[in-house]
Design a protein around this ligand. Structure first.
Ligand code: SF4
Ligand code: SF4
Length: 350
């Protein structure tokens, strides 16, 4: 796909001129970590009038994984932990998986759940199932293949999260007044833009599904401004997102997983925002296989990732930002992940 047309300065400036005609002071949340990174990378915050504030949301799967997941994994013996790389440096309450690996924990970085399944054909393997609707169908598909191939050495720790219930919790919590959402492009490919209709209908707030190029984001902001009085969900990412999403992916997801409450780092328990492995696939449920428990344990009180994830503060407002906490020495998950808000601010907006 030729993305150059979404990066043309004259087009971008034209939309910025339109944005400048609006007088409202507003706070828009970009839900997705990749949007946060793109906003930093393309200097979008600096192009906007000061009365338009962009705040980051809970859209990075690594950042919202509770520390008890790291703690529980760190205790495992005689099993290989297969995980995406970002999770290695996320602090649990007593250290990271990377440090535990140096002390003998068996950890392998994989790039897909299928790679973890292949590993399980050689050694007992637990795949750390983190991610949103974007990655969940792939994990579900892998569990189905494991069953078909009768791979007894394989299990998944189900720590996946669903985005719409988290948005509802953020709005209902009223901690942060949000005037509109830039909705995540990749998640929306799976769930479809209609999945967010409850936001205007129930809460009177609009949202725009956007892509990750600068023009996508700027047009999304313009549409949010134009529709402040008639909040609705607009799909500005029609080149990949449909109204109803990918039905096949949704079907495989709910064949293997059932909806349940989930613990989000920094946000607490959110009703119906997570997934458990269904009884038919219980043999692949690492929680059952190893007796693991995901619990709410106190975080480092100085790290303000919880407030960053709820849009209550921006990363530089944390007293540790760029002093004690940096990507070489991350104190909280938002500084570790390649989609984390603190990492984005550190890289692009110091
Ligand atoms: S998985 Fe996709 S939608 Fe979710 S945070 Fe990452 S880039 Fe954004
Ligand atoms: S700067 Fe570091 S300590 Fe502060 S909120 Fe971000 S990750 Fe947490």
């Amino acid at each position: 796909m030729d993305l150059q047309k979404y990066r043309q300065p004259d087009l971008i400036n034209h939309v910025i001129d339109d944005i400048k005609k609006h007088t409202a002071s507003v706070k828009f949340m970009e839900v997705c970590g990749t949007h946060t990174m793109a906003i930093g990378k393309w200097g979008i915050r600096k192009l906007l009038p000061k009365k338009i504030k962009l705040i980051s949301g809970p859209g990075c799967p690594v950042c919202v994984t509770p520390s008890s997941v790291i703690d529980e994994l760190s205790k495992l013996k005689k099993v290989t932990i297969a995980t995406f790389g970002d999770l290695l440096r996320v602090p649990g309450s007593s250290g990271t998986l990377e440090k535990a690996r140096a002390l003998g924990l068996r950890v392998e970085v994989v790039y897909s759940p299928m790679e973890a399944l292949e590993l399980a054909k050689q050694v007992e393997t637990i795949f750390v199932g983190i991610g949103f609707e974007t990655t969940i169908p792939g994990i579900a598909h892998t569990i189905k293949i494991a069953k078909q191939q009768n791979v007894s050495n394989f299990s998944v720790l189900p720590a996946c999260k669903l985005v719409p219930p988290a948005l509802e919790a953020l709005i209902a919590g009223e901690e942060t007044k949000i005037d509109g959402f830039l909705l995540p492009g990749h998640v929306s490919v799976i769930i479809g833009s209609a999945a967010y209709n409850f936001i205007p209908q129930k809460y009177g707030i609009g949202g725009v599904v956007t892509g990750f190029e600068p023009l996508d984001i700027i047009v999304g902001i313009k549409k949010l401004l134009e529709n402040l009085d008639q909040p609705q969900i607009i799909n500005e990412y029609e080149r990949v997102v449909t109204k109803d999403g990918n039905k096949n992916a949704q079907a495989v997801m709910f064949e293997v997983f059932a909806v349940q409450d989930a613990l989000w780092r920094g946000l607490g328990w959110i009703p119906n925002s997570g997934l458990s492995i269904r009884e038919e696939y219980a043999q692949f449920d690492a929680l059952k296989k190893y007796g693991l428990r995901i619990t709410d344990i106190p975080e480092n009180p100085q790290c303000r990732c919880g407030d960053v994830l709820q849009g209550k503060i921006i990363p530089p407002s944390c007293t540790l930002f760029d002093k004690v906490c940096n990507p070489q020495n991350p104190v909280g998950p938002c500084m570790v992940s390649s989609e984390g808000s603190c990492a984005a601010y550190y890289k692009y907006e110091r």
